[in-house]
Design a protein. Structure first.
Ligand code: NA
Ligand code: NA
Lengths: 431, 165, 303
């Protein structure tokens, strides 16, 4: 690692540690890097501006934030909460399970973990923390952990990009993601069940059966939202990015016309709040893009790949080493960049060792998603902090058990390729 | 003074909300035109991306209080008030100096784009990207103001008021 | 001899693309005795469409540019992004080396500080649809939602073909084809294969409506600082690379047809005259043609 790059990282961590906004710390670190290495100082701004101006897929994020804030302001999430309490309130960790389940449903319509955390995650955190049911750090950590499932279950932009550089079928990759996604959901629910019991989360009295139809009726229009969005996407009406706008307009129609539960004043407030939180999320995500430039300039991916091949590892040793490298890189780099820059360097070794590329693709995805919640530098932690205001320290305090179980799930997937490959094989995959 | 600042901040917030609402409406228009009238609009994506760029830097420049920003404040919150003040002075100084250090090349970069136009609406890109220059200048101004308050503890009360708005 | 100049290339082509592989295997060794080549693929250094600016501002040495990207600065170049202008790889090369091309190249050097070294073939764009049917004439495309890149020039081409063009990002195109958000897309066969569009489509109609090209470009400042001998070597390396890329892509186009037929895609030969007449008429009546160098189209056709 060069002196300039080390200096850059030190500056970023010192500035952020001293309490400066994370985005500004990253811009300062990048300018320091450019200054020391004698490059054009404008490149910091260049990378941020072009990163935002060229990322159409990121546009789903502000729109899902609008949808979530309208649902919260218009008491839609309260009706949803009543329904969930009626159905699972008597179970230990019931609302936590709802959190994971909502991510599983949401992952079927979005290719982005950030959009999941900023949208439906924001609504569920509010439900979980209402009346002190769950600790807010715990709710945020579970939301971050379950949002990682988003790009594992199709549709998934990272998988499309992986297919481009690895020459595997997108169709098989998509199908292969189903079981790992459900598996991640399952292990998170198990941990949630265990932790809810240990934290002594209040279990509510079972709702009398005769009240359930009424509560369901009141929540029914809201429950239809995922159905409408899924129909929109799989019926070819909208792209996954446009679905975010459909979610927001549906929430608005529910609040304004069906429930008549939002005033003009509350609506304006919801937009103001959404504007500020989506901008702070957007600033952090785009400032992080400067690191793609720095890491590429430093030639880090090639150095790592050369180092890796010089070790002559066994198949499993190679996969474990790759997991480690991904986890570290995934903390600093955008998933797209890792796939476009690092994966092509690893694919030849994969072929030589006889690692199945679909298996390798899924491991890559799961890994990069775990990188999004690994402290100190995890984008999903920042996003939840930006949209809900829950301090990062509190989220980090609760993220560890989820992180451990997800890494455990990753290891299981690494050691047992059949777990990933059996479904694609049912559909004719010959790997 | 305080009420004037409040009014300005309120206006800035409303402009941000309007930009977001415009993005939302543009998206809906794009879906509706394609689905209902079989008409693909080409300008909608560009408008949304430009609004998104402006929203991010507008908010960072004029709306977001320091607490609205995403901050990694574990260390900062764990130390006493005196040390915090030192931390704040150091970060404010670094931000002011480094942003001013990069100002001239950055403005030169933005100005460079007078020769290129946006892909659909053909707006010269130095107008579209100019908000980044505004952001840099606004951040320098805001941290100068903050620094002034930090090194004049007598003004601390006013500073806190400023932080509230 | 120590390698003095650093030649960093930034391009949107992925590291596994024929262009990237040829740069590594042909270009890099050919310049090795006076320069160090460093390839950055998959837009890892600069975002797609901002590489020319990066060269112009002195932050980059080389890129693989498209006519569409150059047309953003110099509208004259839109002639090479128009339908049915270039016929094939040899024609592209003849046009690039023709006398009438010299003023255009000079303008790019003087105003952008970018020197266009060589032209390479990128493939013939064809229609790739979700339905198995042939698209014999532009009328058969009426109402079809055809995915196009999201800029005015591309959407114009889609309209000129008779389709209803829909701007969809490249990375979202697979899903859009899968769900039916769009009815088809147009790309050369190598892209249709590398992006796996054939998994979710059923036919290819060989409209060949745009013979796509790339320019291998270098910073003018870097060029001026080279000795005459090294200039000659760099030019020769670029020519050799461009020819190798053109050959690789043509080879791929012919072998991929067999592959795609094996995947169950139907290939159709449309009424080319109907498409050519409609598209050329649309361009000549448009504002694009107003920006073309007067008489250029005739000279291109005469080659
Ligand atoms: Na997904
Ligand atoms: Na969740």
């Amino acid at each position: 690692m060069s002196f300039e790059f080390t200096a850059c990282l030190v500056v970023v961590f010192l500035m952020a540690g001293f309490g400066a906004p994370v985005a500004l710390s990253m811009i300062i670190g990048a300018i320091a890097y450019l200054g020391i290495s004698g490059q054009d100082l404008a490149l910091a701004g260049e990378q941020i501006i072009q990163g935002i101006y060229n990322s159409f897929v990121l546009l789903a994020v502000p729109l899902f934030i609008v949808a979530a804030n309208i649902m919260n302001a218009g008491a839609i999430s309260d009706r949803l909460l009543q329904f969930c309490v009626a159905i699972v309130g008597h179970l230990k960790g019931g609302l936590g399970h709802v959190n994971v389940l909502s991510s599983l449903i949401f992952s079927g319509m979005s290719g982005s973990a950030v959009a999941d955390a900023a949208g439906v995650g924001n609504v569920i955190i509010r439900m979980m923390t209402k009346e002190g049911r769950y600790n807010s750090g715990y709710a945020a950590a579970l939301t971050a952990a379950s949002a990682t499932i988003g790009p594992i279950i199709p549709p998934s932009i990272p998988m499309v990009i992986f297919a481009l550089v690895s020459d595997v079928s997108i169709g098989y990759l998509f199908i292969a993601g189903l079981v790992p996604g459900l598996f991640m959901g399952l292990v998170l629910m198990i941990v949630n069940r265990y932790l809810a019991a240990r934290m002594n989360v209040v279990v509510e009295a079972r709702t009398p059966l005769r009240e359930v139809p009424m509560i369901t009726m009141r929540a029914f229009p809201t429950l239809m939202m995922p159905v409408i969005l899924l129909y929109g996407i799989y019926g070819g009406v909208t792209t996954p990015t446009e679905a975010a706008a459909v979610a927001a307009i549906y929430a608005l129609l529910l609040a304004a016309i069906v429930y008549r539960s939002i005033s003009m004043r509350e609506l304006t407030a919801a937009f103001r709040k959404s504007a500020i939180s989506s901008a702070s999320v957007g600033l952090v995500i785009s400032a992080a893009l400067i690191f793609n430039y720095i890491v590429a300039t430093e030639g880090l991916p090639t150095q790592i790949a050369n180092q890796l091949s010089s070790w002559n590892l066994s198949t499993i040793g190679f996969l474990l080493m790759v997991n480690l490298i991904y986890l570290v890189l995934g903390c600093v780099l955008d998933a797209t960049t890792v796939i476009l820059v690092v994966v092509p360097l690893l694919i030849p070794a994969c072929r030589e060792l006889g690692v199945d590329t679909v298996h390798f693709g899924i491991i890559t995805m799961v890994n990069l998603m775990i990188g999004l919640i690994t402290p100190p530098y995890g984008i999903l932690l920042f996003v939840i902090n930006g949209t809900t205001g829950i301090p990062i320290a509190q989220i980090i305090r609760h993220i560890t058990p989820f992180l451990i179980i997800l890494v455990g799930a990753l290891l299981v997937m690494t050691f047992f390729p059949d777990l990933i490959l059996f479904v694609p094989r049912l559909f004719g995959y010959s790997g | 003074m305080t009420s004037l600042l409040k009014m300005l901040k309120n206006t800035a917030d409303n402009i941000a909300a309007a930009m977001l609402a415009a993005m939302f409406v543009t998206f809906l228009l794009q879906i509706a035109c394609r689905y209902l009238f079989d008409l693909s609009l080409s300008w909608t994506v560009e408008v949304c991306l430009s609004l998104w760029l402006w929203l991010i830097f507008w908010v960072a420049a004029f709306c977001a209080r320091e607490t609205d920003h995403i901050r990694f404040d574990m260390l900062y919150l764990s130390v006493n008030k005196k040390v915090r003040r030192v931390f704040s002075i150091v970060t404010a100084l670094v931000i002011i100096c480094v942003f001013l250090y990069s100002l001239e090349p950055t403005l030169d970069y933005l100005w460079f784009y007078k020769i290129k136009k946006s892909p659909v609406l053909r707006i010269p890109l130095h107008y579209v990207f100019s908000i980044y220059g505004v952001f840099i200048l606004a951040i320098v101004a805001r941290y100068l103001w903050k620094l002034w308050g930090l090194i004049h503890p007598g003004l601390n009360k006013q500073r806190e008021e400023r932080e509230e708005i | 001899q120590a390698a003095g100049v650093k030649l960093r290339l930034a391009a949107s082509a992925s590291a596994t693309d024929a262009r990237a592989i040829t740069m590594e295997e042909v270009f890099a060794p050919a310049v090795a005795d006076f320069a160090t080549y460093e390839g950055h693929y998959g837009s890892s250094l600069f975002k797609q469409g901002t590489e020319l600016e990066a060269i112009s501002r002195g932050n980059l040495e080389m890129t693989i540019a498209s006519a569409q990207e150059l047309a953003e600065f110099f509208p004259e170049f839109s002639i090479f992004a128009a339908g049915y202008v270039h016929r094939d790889a040899a024609h592209q090369k003849a046009v690039f080396n023709a006398d009438f091309m010299q003023p255009l190249k000079q303008k790019v050097e003087d105003e952008l500080g970018v020197k266009l070294l060589a032209v390479s073939y990128l493939g013939k764009r064809v229609l790739n649809m979700r339905t198995p049917d042939a698209i014999m004439t532009p009328e058969a495309l009426k109402g079809a939602k055809l995915r196009m890149p999201g800029s005015e020039a591309w959407l114009f081409l889609g309209k000129a073909l008779g389709a209803n063009p829909a701007p969809v990002p490249y990375a979202e195109t697979y899903t859009a084809l899968q769900t039916g958000a769009v009815d088809g897309q147009d790309n050369p066969l190598p892209n249709t294969v590398s992006m796996k569009f054939y998994e979710v489509t059923k036919s290819i109609t060989l409209t060949n409506h745009l013979v796509d090209l790339n320019y291998l470009a270098v910073s003018k400042k870097v060029w001026n600082n080279l000795s005459d001998k090294d200039k000659g070597k760099l030019q020769a390396a670029a020519d050799k690379t461009a020819d190798a890329i053109s050959a690789a892509i043509q080879e791929k186009e012919s072998s991929l047809r067999t592959f795609l037929e094996g995947e169950g895609l139907k290939f159709h030969e449309p009424n080319l005259d109907a498409f050519r007449t409609r598209v050329q008429k649309a361009y000549l009546e448009s504002d694009y043609a107003k920006n073309w160098v007067p008489g250029m189209l005739d000279k291109i056709n005469a080659l």
